[in-house]
Design a protein around this ligand. Structure first.
Ligand code: AMP
Length: 637
């Protein structure tokens, strides 16, 4: 086992950046290697880097098989659905059995090493089985969040070109059945490279589910045939891909964040222990959906590689009552909980008595991430729960926290408004966006990382090395990873995140590209042009707001078209991206070269000063926006 007990944060961090090879060689001992690495770090082709070169390992083996000797009868996974009212518990032995059966089913459908499998499932146990089954046989999973609609799914299918798509008949939200299969059918119709098979996890929620003969196969039947199968793990070289996770960027095309195998396993093993303070046998409850980066890392791989019990939850934090999460913490003796500021803001609107009804004496930490944590929210939950709140900053790209405190190692004092200090391996700077020079403590700049990125961070963008370099490493003269976030660092190294530098917005911790929403809105036949901006929202952090001009011959009334725009977004991208407000206007503010002044639009919508307008082409357009804001939206959520 790697050294960490008794180590202070400063020494740990210092070694991770000053002697990365020594540090990570030590951390690599936390996982099982079939063949030990020959070289810890290969930086011969920056900004690419390869960790643990020549070492062979397997994520599923480390998450499941490895624990059979010591903890076969311990709970590995508890999948709770407050929607169906069903709780399913799996020990490590049972998880092993399920994953093997799933892996055998995958193989029976022709899936092998290197093949992609798109997983489009709700937050249910089968999503975890599917992911682990893929990594077991060396197939590359690409989980798509169940809240995304057909077009979003089709884009991901076309990029990943999967051999198989795994989906459920339906999900449920607030007691309402949400059929998934019609979305899959629509996505496969739209996709240019649809997979030959769809594997259906039928939960019996949608009796009307249709099946395409020859293409669609039922998981239950195949599972019965393969139950008891033992599928050997595929030992992968550390740098072979384990999974893809698509995320939004500045263009309409999502980026396939590619994760390696060995580096990710080591990052998970270290972070679950040293950041999340989870020891083998303890219980981790992450309220995330498996479709997000947090879900991958701290609902599946982190806790399981760490020999812990992972609690997976399908449902809302307020149903059947606002005490549901705290009841689970009590029942399972949760040690570390991981959620989002939005979820806490939702609970803050409820009677705190729901929280006090439960014995939370085992709960040690509440981790929150995904969006800025505002002070009132942090203070409220901290006071009510009586446990420290640990804000942590990361991105789909990093796969694990980049800025955080590390209670599993040494809990440093928190500073309100800051996620804390750099995590091991992250060499951070805040630099001036124009000069690329480091700004003084207390000044605003762009948060950047000096290569090499630590293990676990993305290795590239799927089949697009150029886009990887261009998206992240081409912003400054020096070869630096741009986080595309504004930040301020204080004199002690505590970093404060001030929001994105690009057109990405954050709705309830969900990352959305305004361009994707614009493309979708512009698909409405009456729309001439649309601009989408993220506007501050008390509950969700930010919400998408649309400003659109109509074609001359649009005919229909503004309110109808505005409603139609919302509909387009829900149908193509999913309800997570639904614009909160739509304003139909006569013109959009642009620069003389024709670029939309999104930042000015956003500022006006937030009742702020629109900023530098020296490049504005037509001042009347800005007046139009002001008037529209005064008048109120043509359509509101
Ligand atoms: P995602 O890739 O969906 O995890 O979104 C990453 C983005 O969310 C980051 O670039 C930040 O803008 C934002 N973010 C994540 N965690 C935090 C945090 N703790 N504080 C402030 N912003 C955050």
């Amino acid at each position: 086992m790697a050294r960490d007990a008794g180590m202070d944060y400063e020494s740990f961090y210092r070694q991770s950046v000053e002697q990365p090879e020594v540090f990570w060689a030590e951390q690599a001992r936390r996982i099982h290697w079939d063949t030990p690495p020959k070289q810890i770090l290969d930086q011969s082709r920056p900004p690419f880097r390869r960790w643990f070169v020549g070492g062979t390992t397997n994520l599923c083996h480390n998450a499941v098989d490895r624990h059979l000797a010591a903890r076969a009868e311990q709970l590995a996974l508890v999948a709770v659905s407050s929607e169906t009212g069903i709780t399913r518990e799996f020990t490590y032995r049972e998880l092993h059995r399920e994953v093997n059966a799933f892996a055998a089913v995958l193989q029976s459908l022709g899936v092998g090493k290197g093949d992609r499998v798109v997983v489009y499932l709700p937050n249910i146990a089968e999503a975890v089985f599917a992911m682990l089954a893929c990594t077991r046989i060396g197939a590359i999973h690409s989980v798509v969040f169940g809240g995304f609609a057909a077009h979003n799914l089709a884009l991901r299918i076309d990029d990943a070109q999967p051999k198989l798509l795994v989906c459920a008949d339906a999900g449920m939200r607030a007691g309402k059945v949400i059929p998934y299969k019609p979305l899959v059918d629509a996505a496969l119709n739209e996709a240019s490279a649809p997979p030959p098979h769809v594997l259906l996890v039928d939960r019996g929620l949608d009796p009307q589910m249709n099946r395409v003969p020859g293409r669609d196969v039922d998981y239950a039947g195949l599972r019965a045939r393969h139950e008891g199968a033992e599928v050997p793990v595929a030992w992968l070289e550390s740098n072979e891909p384990s999974y893809l996770l698509y995320t939004s960027g500045t263009t309409g095309k999502p980026k396939g964040v590619q994760r390696d195998t060995g580096g990710y396993a080591v990052a998970m093993a270290m972070s679950i222990r040293c950041i999340f303070d989870i020891a083998p046998g303890q219980v981790m409850f992450s309220t995330s959906d498996v479709g997000w980066a947090v879900g991958h890392s701290y609902n599946v791989y982190g806790p399981l590689i760490g020999g812990a019990t992972s609690l997976l939850y399908e449902g809302l934090p307020t149903r059947p009552d606002p005490g549901v999460w705290w009841g689970l913490c009590e029942k399972y003796g949760v040690h570390s909980m991981f959620s989002s500021p939005t979820a806490v803001r939702v609970l803050k609107k409820q009677d705190a008595g729901w929280l006090h009804k439960h014995d939370l004496s085992k709960l040690r930490w509440l981790f929150l991430a995904g969006e800025p944590l505002d002070e009132p929210t942090a203070q409220w939950i901290n006071a009510e729960l009586g446990v420290p709140v640990v804000d942590n900053y990361w991105q789909t790209e990093t796969g694990w926290p980049a800025i955080t405190l590390m209670p599993g190692l040494e809990m440093k004092p928190a500073r309100l408004g800051s996620p804390g200090l750099p995590a091991p391996g992250y060499k951070m700077k805040v630099i001036d966006e124009n000069t690329g020079r480091e700004v003084p403590a207390g000044s605003k700049g762009v948060l950047v990382l000096e290569p090499p990125l630590p293990p676990g961070c993305l290795s590239t963008i799927w089949r697009d090395d150029d886009r990887y370099v261009h998206s992240y490493f081409s912003h400054f003269r020096e070869l630096l990873y741009s986080s595309l976030d504004w930040a301020i660092r204080d004199a002690d190294g505590y970093t404060f995140i001030l929001g994105r530098t690009d057109d990405v917005i954050n709705v309830s911790g969900h990352r959305l590209g305004t361009r994707e929403i614009e493309e979708s809105v512009a698909g409405h036949p009456a729309v001439a042009e649309a601009a989408v901006v993220g506007v501050k929202d008390e509950l969700k952090g930010q919400v998408p707001v649309v400003f659109a001009t109509l074609k001359q011959a649009a005919g229909a009334g503004a309110a109808d078209v505005a409603r139609g725009m919302q509909q387009c977004v829900v149908e193509q991208l999913g309800s997570v991206a639904k614009p909160a407000r739509v304003y139909v206007v006569g013109a959009l503010p642009k620069t003389r070269s024709g670029k939309l002044l999104r930042r000015s639009l956003q500022a006006l919508a937030e009742q702020r000063d629109p900023g530098d307008l020296s490049t504005l082409d037509d001042p009347a357009a800005l007046e139009e926006i002001r008037k529209a804001l005064e008048r109120g939206p043509d359509q509101e959520n």
